[in-house]
Design a protein around this ligand. Sequence first.
Ligand SMILES: [Fe+2]
Length: 408
Amino acid sequence: MPYYTQLGEIPPKRHIQFRRPDGALYSEEVFGIEGFVGPTSTMYHIHPPTQVAGWKKLYSTKTEYVETDVMRMRHLQSQDCTPKGDPITGRVVLLGNVDVEMSICLPAETMDYHYKNGSGDELLFIHHGSGTVFTSMGTLAFGPKDYIVIPKGVIYRMVFDPVAAGEPASKFLCFETMNTSHFHPPPRYMSKKTSQFLEHAPYCERDLRLPTLPLTHDESGDFEVRIKARDSIHSYTYDYHPLDLIGWDGCYYPYCFNIDDFSPIVGKHHMPPPTHQTFEGHNFVICSFCPRVLDFHPEAIPVPYHHSNLDSDEVLYYVEGNYKARRGIDSGSFSLHPQGIPHGPHPGTIEKSLGATWTDELAVMCDTFRPLHPTMAALEMDDPDYPASWAKWKPGDKPAKDESPDTW
Ligand SMILES: [Fe+2]
């Protein structure tokens, strides 16, 4: 996974002569992971991809974590974040560990360069905004609630459309693998023989949006490509447009998947978080909590039970819907529930949820097997009263009106 595809022009066999209109050879590049036993694509460049004119180190990207020895529930409030930087420099890491980093970005500027993450895969989740990602493997138009998977090594430039008056500022999350693993759907969704999505999977090939034309940018000039690797950004100069592929084929490429195309799995009794799983990397998973019919046993309790995910830290980003079951939580909130202490619905919401048949919640979750550490930026938006918010209730207190069932 992903499945085999192709875009643009390619020769009938691998590793044979394939010539430009002027008679020169196109430059073939085999672009693969896991020592060329993992997914691979074969690219055909107008120019040799090794041909660069200059390079220099720009800045460090090493993340500094704080309170790494503190275990408590957190509520990060990103609602008041203001736009800054571009879709790369504007990213602010909030939580992470040696396996995955999670950042938020409200871009204020456009990218006048191309970017390549040479150290990890990126999974972007667009909360607000739309635009286009111009990649070395083709063009991806994106909009609200799209996941965008950009594998390690793909060169791209992300361009947001202007924000209309009255609309929220463009905003997206970025999950980045830090342990050399790659984002992919859970293997249990896939056929072991063909890698086809199986019938029980909550999404399938038809839901993935692959790169399209335009692909080839045949231009000369000075073009900057910023490359992330070794906890640094280096600036490389090309004397041709870096998106110079005439064609490619294979199973390694960027793609989009809209969270509204995730088909939730519902049940007579409460479904556990793995039913919401969408992607995974080594030591972490990404889940999508989408609007859905609630549990239909006549005596079902629609809200989740109190639970201790003893091996995982859990961070939820609330996208839209009614979160009044978690008081104080709103669109743009993050909740962090660390391993070692139980969590669950706020007091009073269990009784209130009885008889509910539908939830309109929409949230993205990342569960990690290692503790997630906050950055100073996370602490600046942390609500210190959140851990005690379960304790403010006394037996007999009535829940607020319109409270709806809760996510995990
Ligand atoms: Fe949970």
